[in-house]
Each structure stands twice: as C-alpha cells, then as structure tokens.
Design a protein around this ligand. Sequence first.
Ligand code: NAP
Length: 434
Amino acid sequence: MRHIAVIGSGPAGYYTAEACQKQFGEDVRVDILDRLPVPFGLIRSGVAPDHQSIKGVSRRYEAVALTDNVRFVGNVSVGQDVTIDELRERYDAVVLATGAPLDRPLEIPGADLPGVVGSAAFVGWYNGHPDHADLAPPLLGKGAVVIGNGNVALDVARVLAKSEAEFEGADIVAHALEALGRSQIETVTLLGRRGPHQIAMTPKELGELGDLARATPVVDPADLPPPEDDAVLEPGQRKSVNHLRSFAARGTDPAKPVHIVFDFFAMPVAIEGDGRVERVIVERTALDLDGRARGTGETYVIPAALVVSCIGYRTPPIPGIPYDDRAGRFANDEGRILPGLYAVGWARRGPTGTIGTNRPDGFAIVEKIAGDLGEGSGKPGRPALDALLADRRVEVVTFRDWQKIDTAEIAAARSGAPREKFISVEAMLGTAKS
Ligand code: NAP
C-alpha cells in the first residue's frame, strides 16, 4: 500500500489523485488536504463565474473524490494544523498542489494606494473566496485600468463591463453582482506593455468581448501590424489577432455605453491620487529586437478610480521548503523537491496553461513517485494523520460534508436568487456539520 498526501484540492490536486488511482489501482490511499472547507481551488474561486462550462470539470473531480481510496480532508491548514515534516513522516509521498494564489507584485510607485487591487483579490471577491469577500473595490468612478494582456485581464474586463442580466446562470456572488450593478464605470482600459502579436489571450475568450450587451471593444487600427505579418503566428494566436482586427474594423457601437479600450505599447510607470487612486501614468513603449518592451520616454495620463493588476501570480513559500524566488514557485527538478516531497501544477511550473494542462502534469508526477517509491515505505498514512488532527481538535470537513454545502448553495440558486455561495469559513462549517 502507498500513502500519498496531496496539499491543495484544485485541478492539480485532483488530477494527481486520479493519476494515483490509474497508477496504483487499489494499492493506494490518497488524502487531499485543503485549508478551506470547500474543494476545487481555482475552479471554485478563480474561473470566471460566467464560464460555467469550464467549471463543469469539477464533476470529473467529484468522481475521483467519491471513490474509496481518495479522501478530501478539508479545513486543515498545512503549516498551522499540521506541518510538512509531520506529513512526510506519515506518508510515502507528499505532493504540493498549492497553486499560485498570491498576486505578482506591481512594483511601481503608488501601487499601494487604495483602489489598486491584484487580480487574485478581485477575482476572489466576485467568486466569494473567504479571503477576499470584503474587498469592496471602488466601482463608482468612470474609469478603470486593467494591467496585463492575459486571460485573467480579459476575465476582469468582461466582468466589469457586463450588465446584470448577462450574469444569468453564473455563480457570481450576490455582493459582487449588487456592487457591479451600481458600477459607474464607462471605460475599462486594458494596458498591454507589448503589442497585439504578444497578447496572451485565447481566441474563444477574446471573441466574447465582441458580443457583450452594453460594452464594445475598442482597438486602434494603427496599433495593428500589417496583416501579412500574422503569417508567423501560430494558429491560435492568429485567431486572437483576427478578433482584434475585427474589433478595430468594427469601431465603437453608439448604443453601447461601456468601452473596453485596448491600449497597446503602454507600460504603467506610476499610480497617483490623493489618498486613493485617481490616475495611472503610462509610458509609451516600443519593442526591442528581442521582443521586450522598452520605454520611449513619452508619457500620458489615464484617469481611473480602480486599477486591477493582472500580471501573474506566485506560490506562497513554506518555511523550510526550497523556493525559487525569481520564478515565484517551489524550487524543483521536474516536480521533485526533496525525498518524498513533490510539487505539481502551478506550484511546480508557475502560473501558466489551462486547467487541462494540469492533467498531464499530475500523471507525470505520479509516474515519478511510482519510480521513487517502489512498493512503498511502510508509513502509516491516514490513521496517523487522523490521530494527530483529533489530538489537535481540528474540525475536518469530508467530501460528504462539502456536498451539504454544495446542496445548500444550489438550493439558494433554485429559490430565484443568484447562485449564492458561502463566503465565510464559519458559514461553510456550520452547514457542513449541520
Ligand atoms: P499571463 O497569461 O501570464 O498574462 C500576464 C500578462 O501580464 C501578460 O500580458 C504580461 O505581459 C503582463 N505583465 C506581466 N508583468 C507586467 C508588468 N510588470 N507590467 C505590465 N504588464 C505585465 O497570466 P494570467 O492572465 O494571470 O493567466 C494565468 C494563466 O491562467 C494563463 O495560462 C491563462 O491562460 C490561464 N487562464 C485561462 C483562462 C481561460 O482559459 N478562460 C482564464 C484565466 C486564466 P508580457 O507578455 O509582456 O510579459
């Protein structure tokens, strides 16, 4: 028997558990620990609430969770309730699938002004993550600036621009829907420090901006390279750039009061305001031969009451675990960190790729674990963890407990309200243990 502890119940964690089942069959016990009483990590609190089809993948994780050899151990904070070393003493392998929940810092003057928020906080706010439910982003100014040209920046711009009716069927939390309903934002400026060919936006997601009820994407045709230059792009990127070309050709729609402005070759250099953000100072850029953005010295001002920085994420370090500070993730050799300790998903490779990228990642790490472990090392696994947590009076939430939370949330949605989520750990625990 092999005993494996996976820390983090997001996509990387569940794909690792699925891979363990495929690799070891009945000869494995996997415990998936999470500090929250609810599973699925980014699926619940990162994927945009209006992208329900992406969230549907959690049904696949549920099938894994409901087997006998995989267990969800929620409401257990590693580092607080139990240490990594204690887990390593009890399990044959410990896999860090902790994702990258921290924002990469925006290192420009004024980045700490009220009204400047990171995407982890903003996305967590509209998705009801307990850490960010109280964010209250300022939505009553006319301008918002979204920094970055990736899919997260797209999610944030779209959520800011959508009408209330367009969230029909979404699981956006009521406090965010209500605040967005009162939003006065008329212009969402997407700042890209490089150009249209360098965007990190996938075509399906970018295309959605062309079909919004009250918002129109604005692209300056002068920013677009000659069409024949698109030939060098890989097909997906070419499709994305085609969307930008069609937005540029279409121009603005006078019937739509909200503009999502793509400002390319635009690098934020400072954020200013009297006690809160009022404007972003932007420097025009040009691309070096190696494709990097270089400031040209020309600056201009964009008025904004809200700035959302969507420039990537970091994995929180754990004291004593080797960490690559530059990359913002655990230092590892193809997933191996220390004997018996592994990383997978964003904690291994950094915040790149789609949800599905984590599946081969999970399978690859389990292959390495299988090679390293052989027949197992005779460690006790589950019973030893249970004894430790009972001793420390940790209130563990099981997958069946989580299903009560899920049922209660769905019932709230059926009552006609937006699909409300529990946003405090206390409320989650109360329902789980009712
Ligand atoms: P990302 O794809 O890495 O994009 C980050 C963006 O921030 C890039 O445009 C980058 O520009 C820019 N940036 C970085 N540092 C900056 C700075 N100091 N100043 C200005 N701009 C800066 O990251 P992400 O959008 O956070 O997404 C993370 C991952 O999740 C990606 O793989 C993404 O595809 C995935 N995701 C997928 C979906 C979906 O499929 N629906 C939704 C959300 C997220 P440079 O290119 O110039 O560095």
